[in-house]
Design a protein around this ligand. Structure first.
Ligand code: TXA
Ligand code: MG
Length: 307
């Protein structure tokens, strides 16, 4: 593996694109200090140029060099959760240029824990800009095979790292203003964070994960309350694919059963949505998980995946 990882770091140095595993989802990486590399990244991703991108590092020290102010709360969260599935939004230092911040005065910083990501970032030695390695708006990849299906030969190298452990994107906490704002629920729950959070306001930073339809399969998907699932299935004439906790219903063409544990559900969610999307059905029905705090991140992704 190490040889491949060294090759990856060299490709990044030359301004190329490398897809790499992280504990959350696979990222599509480019040298965060190179305007040209990041422009190419956005073109391949199909992402609007004014959207900010998260910058990834091997260590907290390197990450904080890209911020001009590091509040105590940021130090504490970094000490507890880095390396890991947490992204901090801080006021940027001059190292974070407009092409990674979307022209905003803040930057998104993350230190991933996946050993392959960590090794690549250590060898590279600086910031790697990386959104999820899928086309803009579609379901994020949690395996190297997903990345190849989506981006194929538009990427110089896809590093193999097995299925992502967490399965959904990092939790994003904005500490660039007064207090802490949760911009995206994710791999670390609000309860685990253990800090008081404000809800986002109109002047909170823009982020594309906040777009209503995102993380979405191509087949129209619908979130259905558990108690209504049977009725909706009976009244649907289309070929349907179902994602549910309960046992398969023989009237349904394609059925995937999901675990009742939120972490296990999150780990499988994106692969499941991809599988249902390619089942050749006209609609996807998703049995809604409970409205409980430990399901917040999964519910957020499901709402955005469904119309
Ligand atoms: O788990 C993750 O965070 C994955 C892996 C690859 O690290 N990355 C990821 O990146 O989900 P992406 O680009 O798909 O989503 C990053 C989110 C976007 O909604 C982006 O707009 C937001 O982070 N973001 C990045 N920098 C920001 C900033 N300065 N202010 C506000 N939001 C920011
Ligand atoms: Mg994404």
């Amino acid at each position: 593996m190490s040889r491949e990882v060294r090759r990856a770091a060299e490709i990044l140095k030359r301004g190329g694109l490398v897809a790499f595993p992280t504990e959350t989802v696979y990222g599509l990486g480019a040298d965060a200090s190179s305007a040209k590399a990041v422009a190419h990244l956005y073109a391949v991703k199909g992402r609007p140029a004014d959207h900010p991108v998260i910058v990834h590092f091997a260590s907290t020290g390197q990450a904080f060099a890209w911020a001009r102010e590091v509040p105590e709360a940021a130090r504490q969260l970094a000490a507890r959760f880095w390396p890991g599935p947490l992204t901090l939004i801080l006021k940027r230092s001059p190292l974070a240029r407009d092409f990674v911040t979307g022209g905003q005065d803040t930057v998104g910083l993350r230190v991933p824990s996946h050993p392959v990501a960590h090794e690549m970032l250590s060898i590279f030695g600086s910031g790697v800009a990386a959104p999820s390695a899928n086309r803009f708006g579609l379901v994020s990849p949690t395996t190297a095979a997903h990345v190849r299906e989506d981006l194929g030969d538009e990427v110089d190298l896809v590093l193999e790292g097995g299925p992502s452990d967490v399965g959904i994107e990092s939790t994003i906490v904005d500490l660039s203003g007064a207090g802490a704002v949760l911009l995206r629920p994710g791999g670390i729950s609000e309860e685990q964070l253990g800090i008081t959070l404000r809800t986002p306001t109109a002047d909170s930073p823009r982020h594309s994960g906040g777009l209503e339809r995102h993380y979405a399969p191509r087949t129209p998907a619908r979130l259905v309350p558990a108690h209504a699932l049977d009725k909706v299935i009976s009244s649907t004439a289309n070929r349907i694919a179902v994602l549910a906790f309960s046992r398969p219903d023989e009237r349904v063409d394609y059925w995937l059963r999901m675990p009742r544990d939120p972490a296990a559900y999150a780990q499988r969610l994106y692969a499941a949505l991809r599988e249902l999307d390619s089942a050749g059905c006209e609609a996807i029905l998703v049995e809604a998980p409970p409205q409980a705090a430990e399901w917040a991140a999964v519910l957020d992704r499901l709402r955005r995946a469904c119309t």
